[in-house]
Design a protein around this ligand. Sequence first.
Ligand SMILES: Nc1ncnc2c1ncn2[C@@H]1O[C@H](COP(=O)(O)OP(=O)(O)O)[C@@H](O)[C@H]1O
Ligand SMILES: [Mg+2]
Length: 257
Amino acid sequence: MIRLENVEKTYQSPEHGAFQALAPISLEIEEGDIFGIIGYSGAGKSTLLRIINLLEQPTNGKVIVAGRDLTILSPKALRAARHSIGMIFQQFCLFSNRTVAENVEFALEISGIEKKDRQKRVKELLELVGLQDKSSSYPSKLSGGQKQRVAIARALANRPRILLCDEPTSALDPQTTQSVLSLLQEINRTLQVTIVVVTHEMDVVKQICNKVAVLENGRLVEELSLTHAKGAPASNLGRLLFQPKNEWLLAREVASV
Ligand SMILES: Nc1ncnc2c1ncn2[C@@H]1O[C@H](COP(=O)(O)OP(=O)(O)O)[C@@H](O)[C@H]1O
Ligand SMILES: [Mg+2]
């Protein structure tokens, strides 16, 4: 579904000059995966995720999604290809001046769907995420978990085959985190959406991912299967993944994520 070939990112800034955020990375994500990308703050997780839909242009390498290299598409073809890739963020990124229904409808407006069809689809989507009764509310009236559900509905509006999630539960309390994770699992199972989740929360990975890539300082240090674990993980973070939660929390404090 997604193949990254020697993807590399160097940021240029006037103050600091060139900074290599990602060393060449090759990675394959299969259809139906819930694929985790873990690492400490600054490891390059968001950069890698944003490269998958080319929100960030890689300095080098190929980004092959459903058989097509996105890096060589025309702007128009890239916009079309992006319709098959939804994205959600830690801070939800909803439009505060639009109602819940209008937030979801926005994604359909920009893809040119007619009003009547939009309204039908918005209704379906709000049912999917369990927010039918919040249709006319504004985001400021919602809890964090509800906001993330609206963002998920909006991201799924154009029936994408891939959903990219950047720290989707990092702004949520543990209970709400559970309900959002269950929703993501349900979407993966029932709609066959391939999910990529960037997180620094080990629990999230343990709970929903079948595979995980570990990033350290812009390098891919390990790929692990959580369903067919073989041998001991080689990286520190990989090892922590199979240890009790308190040890992970301790390591996090030491590294001050
Ligand atoms: N637009 C940018 N310009 C310069 N440096 C950046 C930019 N975006 C991210 N970085 C740097 O790249 C590194 C990786 O960032 P990021 O991908 O956001 O990491 P993570 O999501 O793992 O916390 C960090 O050191 C960050 O400061
Ligand atoms: Mg990040």
